[in-house]
Design a protein around this ligand. Structure first.
Ligand code: 13P
Ligand code: SF4
Length: 359
């Protein structure tokens, strides 16, 4: 996809953009809702009507029946989920149309269908429940809904896994192998009960015996931002600050999550830091814009990135600027909203509604 903001918006100074955004917000009043993910830039977060993790924002979108215009400051899968959860009278716009999520793109529907066909002799839908992370395309959410499964986020993954394993013997989990494995460990699964389906290899690179024994089949996918954090980073902060608490996102590797003091969604990390007493030292393993914002919010605590000099920025979340926000607010009637077509929308809605029900 090609997209470039018109020059007027690219070159406007920040104080002018802020004034124009304020004017648009006042003009639109309750018709407008701006949703901002925790990883957004500070100046963008300032204009969010709601700030949250991907679960929280999806829930808000589902409940905002009076907002005719929803502007999502986040990445594409989040805006798609908001569109699926809202009515026909509502239009969802992604403030920067180029903001995607590479992890969501690691589970392409054609590869998913190949895997599903291959797994049919192992019981297919009678024995295997698809569970997909929110970080997936709408067509994978639809596949999940069609075969009886549900969506989860990092804030409700253990509950989603429990729900699925109560209903079927095995779970096929897309697309984050780390979140899947970390959740399986919390659920009490043994290492040998979790296998990795490598979509680039025949039969996922697994033997029939491995598939037969598995309770959790993990799709081979990851977040390049959270892969930055290593066990060495944790050892180093612990040696520099013996009293440090390490809190990480569950998209980090199992080795990192195991050594951390706590792990959870972006909202969990925000709460963890809020509740910590003054003087606390906290090293965070997640995206840098959130870490910096939390550190600014609590100057009485020492809060910093777990990865030291290596900057864990999500380039896609960072795409959204005040320039984008001003542009979409002033031009949305002429812009293309995010629209998930039927029957994908209806099937994906089944899987998203199940998530909201069990959470
Ligand atoms: P949360 O659901 O925790 O906000 O995470 C979304 C995400 O993309 C993390 O990389
Ligand atoms: Fe995707 Fe990772 Fe960015 Fe989250 S941090 S939006 S998972 S690339």
């Amino acid at each position: 996809m090609y997209f470039m903001l018109p020059r007027e918006y690219r070159e406007a100074p920040n104080d002018e953009l802020e004034a124009r955004i304020k004017t648009s917000r006042e003009r639109l009043g309750h018709k407008l809702c701006i949703l901002a993910h925790h990883y957004q830039r500070l100046e963008v977060v300032a204009f969010g009507d709601h700030l949250g993790d991907s679960y929280g924002l999806a829930k808000i979108a589902a409940g905002k029946k009076d907002a005719e215009v929803i502007i999502f400051c986040g990445v594409h899968f989040m805006a798609e989920a908001a569109d699926i959860l809202t009515g026909d009278h509502q239009q969802v716009y992604l403030s920067n149309p180029l903001a995607g999520c590479p992890m969501a793109d690691m589970a392409e529907i054609a590869d998913v269908m190949t895997a599903w066909e291959y797994l049919k002799p192992f019981g297919g839908e009678a024995r295997i429940m698809p569970v997909s992370y929110m970080n997936t395309t709408a067509d994978l959410k639809a596949f999940t809904g069609k075969y009886g499964g549900l969506i989860c986020t990092s804030s409700n993954a253990p509950g989603a896994l429990r729900w699925a394993l109560e209903k079927r013997e095995k779970v096929l989990f897309f697309p984050d192998e780390n979140l899947g494995y970390n959740t399986g460990m919390k659920f009490g699964l043994q290492t040998e009960e979790m296998v990795l389906w490598d979509f680039s290899r025949e039969g996922g690179g697994l033997s029939a015996e491995q598939i037969e024994k598995a309770r959790l089949i993990l799709w081979k996918g990851h977040c390049h931002v959270h892969m930055i954090f290593t066990v060495d980073h944790i050892r180093e902060v612990r040696s520099n600050y013996p009293e440090v608490q390490v809190v990480v996102h569950p998209e980090c590797t199992p080795e990192v999550v195991k050594l951390a003091d706590a792990d959870g969604s972006t909202s969990y990390i925000v709460e963890y830091c809020r509740k910590a007493p003054p003087g606390s030292i906290i090293a965070i393993g997640t995206e840098i814009n959130l870490v910096n914002r939390i550190a600014r919010t609590y100057p009485d605590k020492k809060i910093f990135s777990l990865s030291g000099n290596i900057c864990p920025v999500c380039p896609n979340m960072f795409r959204t600027t005040l320039n984008d926000l001003a542009y979409v607010l002033e031009n949305y009637p002429d812009l293309k909203p995010i629209k998930v077509p039927e029957p994908i929308r209806g099937e994906a809605l089944l899987a998203l509604e199940k998530m909201l029900e069990i959470s």
